[in-house]
Design a protein around this ligand. Structure first.
Ligand code: SAH
Ligand code: SF4
Length: 387
């Protein structure tokens, strides 16, 4: 376990093994976004340049989303390239993008410095533009219905590898890359590959840089950033103390421990009661309503009894502290679970609503381009290994 991770040992041995595997891998090059403002100045001075050049670079990066030396006309021409090479090493390179939903969804597969792959998905809605980002290469949590889970964990992303996904998408949106013309990237969800709480330090530093006002950050309000976790309780507790008003999403997927042990192996370490307690404490500490993610799987967790059990668990803590996002399962090839019947989805929603709980069926943007968690990268790895 590196100091960058929260201890998430589990009864499930393969999960524990894959959590430590990344320890011996080479690290990505250090980028401006990996450094604190003080470290940036130190590196700048060590390279023989005055500290005020840092502010100029920060302004290009965070305010103008640029790492192109030709745009940096406030820097002497002779040093632009050297500074760009030193502070902005290329960390993510596009492999390909796929569009869906008439060009309002763009999913991109990125290659990292060590040839590993991650993905991010940009989605335009009438009132917001949301980017779904990855926090790890693969994931060690082993949820059997999830394409990323099937890959296992390769390594954590660095802060800058996370931040670069945001910069690239913000630039694409600003340059009119989405159907409907130029727009501002307004929301971020950590719902791509990986478990954000297992890469806690880099994720929180990235959130600070994404939310800080330019030129220290991109100025995307922390209130519009969602961290989705499988239920790593120490991570939820720590996040509640950061003073960041980010939204917490907890991937529950089951209404009792027997079922959750099967669907979410991490439940053997942090069971439903512990996860729900931590989620409610998060609400108390931050006054932000918690989202409960619930992938509806036909005949498994989508029956009347499941909705009743779930409602009871939520209402145990009182009113209005959580809302439920049921999402039809996007079936992963070869898995034994499939999406719910529409009438069961409706029944599930109705029971929650009747119990006074707000629940909205999460949309399935980009399903036709393998939009769900980790599926594009998982497909890529699959093709690579079957070539
Ligand atoms: N590891 C974190 C965040 C990444 S997963 C987590 O589990 O919360 C983002 C969301 O996608 C989670 O709610 C996850 O359970 C869900 N998900 C994973 N595979 C899915 C699938 N095949 N269909 C629908 N949702 C899925
Ligand atoms: Fe990891 Fe989340 Fe997928 Fe589970 S659902 S394997 S925690 S990415």
């Amino acid at each position: 376990m590196t100091d960058n991770s929260i201890a998430v040992e589990t009864a499930a041995a393969p999960v524990a093994a894959s959590l430590t595997r990344h320890k011996f891998r080479p690290k990505p090059p250090t980028h401006l976004a990996d450094m604190t403002p003080e470290e940036r100045k130190t590196v700048m001075k060590e390279s023989g340049f005055p500290a005020f050049r840092v502010r100029q670079l920060e302004n290009h990066y965070f305010s103008h989303l640029s790492i192109d030396p030709d745009t940096m006309t406030d820097l002497p021409q002779g040093i632009r390239r050297q500074l760009v090479e030193q502070f902005f090493p290329p960390l993510i390179t596009k492999v390909y993008s796929r569009q869906a939903d008439n060009g309002t969804t763009i999913k991109t597969l990125w290659e990292l410095f060590d040839h590993t792959k991650i993905e991010s998905v940009l989605m335009r809605y009438p009132t917001r533009t949301t980017l779904c980002i990855s926090s790890q290469v693969g994931c060690g949590m082993g949820c059997p219905f999830c394409a990323t889970g099937m890959l296992g964990l390769t390594r954590n992303l660095s802060t800058a590898e996370i931040v670069e996904q945001v910069r690239a998408a913000a630039l694409l949106a600003a340059n009119g890359g989405l159907a409907g013309g130029a727009t501002r990237l307004s929301n971020i969800v950590f719902m791509g590959m990986g478990e954000p709480m297992a890469n806690y330090k880099s994720v929180v530093q990235a959130i600070r840089e994404i939310s800080a006002l330019p030129p220290q950050g991109f100025g995307i309000s922390a209130r519009n950033i969602t961290v989705s976790t499988v239920g790593v309780v120490p991570g939820i507790k720590k996040l509640a103390q950061e003073g960041l008003p980010v939204r917490l999403a907890v991937s529950l997927h089951a209404s009792n421990n027997t079922l959750r042990d099967e669907l979410v192996p991490m439940n053997k370490r942090f069971n439903l009661e512990k996860v729900m307690d931590a989620a409610h404490d998060y609400f108390l500490a931050t006054h932000r309503r918690v989202s409960i993610e619930y992938a509806l799987m036909r005949g498994i967790n989508d029956q009347k009894i499941n909705a009743i059990e779930l409602a009871k668990r939520i209402n145990h803590y009182g009113d209005n502290w959580a809302h439920v996002n049921p999402i039809p399962l996007n079936p992963v090839e070869g898995s034994r679970w499939t999406a719910s019947k529409p009438e069961d989805e409706k029944q599930f929603l109705r029971i929650l609503n009747d119990a006074g709980i707000t629940a909205t069926l999460r949309d399935t943007r980009g399903n036709d381009i393998d939009g769900a968690c980790g599926q594009l990268a998982a497909k890529y790895y699959e093709n690579e290994t079957t070539k």
